[in-house]
Ligand binder design. Sequence first.
Ligand SMILES: C=C(O[C@H]1C=CC=C(C(=O)O)[C@@H]1O)C(=O)O
Ligand SMILES: [Mg+2]
Length: 461
Amino acid sequence: MIQTDVKSLTDVLRDAVESAKDKQAPQLLSYTKEIENVDPFLFFHQANQIEGDRVFWSRSEENFYLVGAGDAYSIASEGHHFNDIERKWTSLLSNAIVQNIHRAPGTGPIAFGGFSFDPKKDKKTLWKNFSDSQFRVPAYLLTIVHNRSFLTVNIVARKEDHPEQLHYEIETNKVLLTNSDVTLPDGPTIELKTEIGSDCWKETVKNATDLIQKGFANKIVLAREMRLSFKNRAVVSPVLKQLSETQSNSYIFAFENGPDCFLGATPERLVRIEDRQLFSTCLAGTAPRGKTKEEDERIGFELLHDEKNRAEHEFVVKMIREAVAACCEAIDIPEKPRVYPLRNLQHLHTPVRAQLKEGYSIFDVIQRLHPTPALGGLPRDTSLAFIRAEEQMDRGWYGAPIGWMDANDNGEFAVAIRSALIQGKEATLFSGCGVVKDSTPEAEYQETAIKFTPMLSVLGG
Ligand SMILES: C=C(O[C@H]1C=CC=C(C(=O)O)[C@@H]1O)C(=O)O
Ligand SMILES: [Mg+2]
C-alpha cells in the first residue's frame, strides 16, 4: 500500500492514471476526507441514483455508521474460500494508492460483504443474486465515527481514464450523495403475509428432538420463513431508519445485489477485531419481554435459571471457547451468562474477549467460528447434515457472517439473523431457534414467531 502525502484529489487521480499506464493494469486509489455531518439514511437513499449497489452498517449505541454506494471492486466466489478472498483483498491493498490522514476505523479502503450459511446446501432461486462469498469495496463510503463524518472515494483508475473526467464525476456524485434537501419516502404497506410450511416445520423440530434424545446430537438449530407481499415496491431507506430507531443493542445491516436487498437488525456479534483485540459473543437462549418492569425482571430471572435455555447457551460457549483458543491468547469468558434485553425479546449472553495471536486474521476466526451452535448446532457436522437434508428452505445469507474489514486489519462481522430479503414487491423473513432435548415444537414455533417481529414491524406488519 502506498500512503501518499496530503495531495489534492486531482493530483492523486493523475498519479493513479499514470500508475495504471506504467503497470498496464488498473490502479486502486482510495481518498478519504472529513466532511460536514451527513444523515446516513439520506446518504443511503441518495446512493440509489449512483450506478452499482449499496451497503449499510451501523451500531447506533456507538454512533458508528458505514454507508457504501457503488462498487469500486468486487470479490466473489461460489463456496467458502476464505483464504482465497483474503489473498485477493491483501493483494488489492498492497497495490493501492491510499490517502487517509485520519486513519479512523472504517475509513479508507474497506471490503464489505458476507457469506452464505452453507455452500453445500442446494440453492433455490430466492438467492440467485447472492454468491456464497461476496465482498465489495464501495466506490463512495460514508463513515461516521466519534461524531465525525468522512467520505472515502475508492476508484479503480485505468490507463485510458482522464483524471479531469474522473474528478468531475466524483464531484457530481458527492453533491448528489450529500444532498440534505430530500425526505425519505414511507415504508412499505403489507398486502399479504404467509408463514411458509409451519406444520411441516414443527414436524422437523420433533424429528430433531427425537434424534437428540437418542444421543445422535446435542443441538440442532432450525429455521423457517415468512413471505410478505407489498402494495408497491418496497423502498429500503425508511426501513433501515426504522430499524435503527426501534432496535437497540443491534447491528443494522444491508447488502444490496441488483434488485434484491438483504437487511436486518442482529444482536449477535460474531467477531470484532480492533488493534488485535478480539471480541465475540455467545448468544443463545430466548424469552419474551414482560409488559411491566416486574414481569420483565421475573421472565429474565427465569431465563437465567431455565435448564433448557442454559443448555442451549452452554453449547455455544463451549464451542466458541475452543474455536477462539485455537488462534488467541489471554482469553476472557465469564463463567455465567447475563440477560441481554432487546425490544421484542431477551437472550442469554456471554461476552468473549481475547488477544488475536500473531499470524492470524479475522478470516481465520470466521472460518473457525461459523456456524456457531447458535445457528448450526453441536456436533457441527451432524447438525449441518440434518439441516441440509431436512430444512425445507435455503437459508442463503441468513444466519451467516456479514460485515467489513479495513486496511489496518480491523473489522467486524455479525451473524445475519433477524433479517429479511427484500425483492421488489416481496420480502422473505427468516427466523430460527436452537432445538435441544427438552424442546417442544409449539414452544419453538412461538419463539421463532417473536423473532420475526423486529423485521416484520418495520416492514409494515
Ligand atoms: C437463530 C436465531 O437466533 C439464535 C440466536 C439467539 C438465540 C437463539 C435461540 O434461543 O434459539 C438462536 O440460537 C434467529 O433469530 O433466527
Ligand atoms: Mg432458543
